[in-house]
Design a protein around this ligand. Structure first.
Ligand code: SF4
Ligand code: SF4
Length: 395
């Protein structure tokens, strides 16, 4: 049983039930508390449940799976926990045990898993169409030609037509900056984040190995991705889960853009007189796994890239950085329970609207997808985009 692992045992030992992660103090911070006000649906409650499972007072069950697989795994609780307990990891581990017991994930999650297994893409885009977004752009094939930088596109930006612009803008910015880069095109594999979050860890291991092999077969010295989820997987989850390490250094595109800006390789031709606000994706911040996954994360680079665009004014939301409110799409919640996921997105798009900004920026195609839907549902008259799309517009 995985919840017997040392890391989980330590979490159970060091959680002293202080309630910093639950109750009134976090109901505007913990999406789970927000959804179930008045009930102890919190990190503390989950840890207490896992303790009861270990002590054999409670058994794994279908009812438990219905609850545990409706979690955004945002990590906000861990950012408030003085004992630095990695609560999402405790939840993922319990999910892995539920999957092993044949009790999870939810029925709505099955298509994602099947997509990963059959297409190496949870959105079921056939391999042959994975690089359609790049047609006519003259991008090098990093599997055949040597390149300095490998742009790892990821499934979401490659599959969602509304997000193809993120991939095209990334290629455009890299090209303008004179970067020698390429993509793996139809040979690119899924990073496996869905398998990681949904507790299908045997598949995560196989998928991660296949991905690592294709990445390490190139001569690139750096791997750049515009997807917060892919970034987290390649940078910290693969080593942590025993999949392995990439030979090349992994950077999020926002970090790389700041480097290129510093070297004067990204230059702007246009002013964009826009008020914008920025959402910190969980996978870039608290859940990036950088510095133990607690409070450190990539918070400054996206803001520096925004600040460099002439004419753009950044107005911050109330909850930012490690205290950022989750978009509600993570942990498989969007596909598992669309209604709960939308309820979590709503206060975030409202918070963005309150700033008076006209554009909500992010660095994660998953968040962008969620805000696009959330703005429509809440009738919020704003647009959402990735930072790189704005940078591209101004260059
Ligand atoms: S804040 Fe940490 S120690 Fe306190 S109850 Fe929550 S998980 Fe346990
Ligand atoms: S991971 Fe997020 S939703 Fe889950 S208990 Fe922690 S704060 Fe709440």
């Amino acid at each position: 049983m995985r919840i017997d692992d040392q890391e989980i045992q330590n979490a159970l030992r060091f959680c002293w039930g202080c309630k910093d992660c639950s109750g009134i103090r976090l109901d505007d911070q913990c999406p789970l508390q927000f959804l179930h006000r008045g009930v102890d649906f919190s990190a503390r409650g989950i840890i207490s449940m896992v303790r009861s499972i270990r002590e054999r007072q409670v058994s794994l069950s279908k009812e438990m799976a219905e609850y545990i697989f409706r979690e955004p795994l945002c990590g906000r609780c861990s950012a408030s926990c003085e004992a630095a307990i990695d609560v999402p990891m405790v939840i993922r581990t319990l999910r892995a045990d539920l999957v092993d017991a044949g009790l999870g994930p939810l029925a709505n999650h099955r298509p994602l898993i099947q997509g990963m297994r059959n297409y190496s893409n949870p959105w079921m885009l056939p391999r042959s169409r994975r690089a359609d977004w790049a047609k006519g752009l003259g991008i090098k094939d990093a599997g055949k030609e040597d390149v300095d930088v490998l742009y790892y596109v990821g499934c979401t930006a490659a599959s969602d037509r509304g997000l193809n612009g993120v991939a095209q803008s990334t290629a455009g910015v890299l090209k303008e900056a004179g970067v020698d880069f390429g993509i793996l095109g139809t040979r690119e594999n899924c990073c496996g984040t869905i398998a990681y979050q949904l507790g299908d860890w045997d598949f995560l291991y196989r998928q991660g190995k296949a991905n690592l092999e294709s990445l390490n077969n190139t001569k690139a010295k750096r791997i750049v991705t515009a997807c917060a989820g892919c970034f987290k997987m390649l940078k910290s989850v693969y080593p942590k889960m025993g999949v392995g390490r990439t030979d090349a250094e992994v950077l999020h595109l926002s970090e790389y853009m700041v480097e290129l800006l510093g070297e004067g390789r990204i230059t702007f031709k246009r002013q964009l007189p826009l008020k914008v606000t920025y959402h910190d994706p969980c996978h870039m911040g608290r859940e990036s796994g950088i510095s133990g996954g607690r409070q450190a994360g990539v918070y400054d680079a996206p803001r520096q890239a925004i600040a460099a665009i002439p004419g753009v004014e950044l107005i911050e939301m109330e909850r930012t950085r490690e205290k950022s409110w989750c978009c509600g799409a993570g942990g498989g919640l969007k596909s598992g329970d669309m209604n709960a996921s939308s309820q979590i997105a709503r206060p975030r798009v409202k918070e963005a609207e309150k700033t008076g900004a006209e554009l909500l920026l992010s660095t994660c195609p998953f968040c962008e997808q969620q805000f696009r839907d959330g703005m429509k549902a809440a009738a919020v008259p704003m647009r959402t985009a990735d930072i790189v799309e704005l940078v591209r517009e101004a260059t």
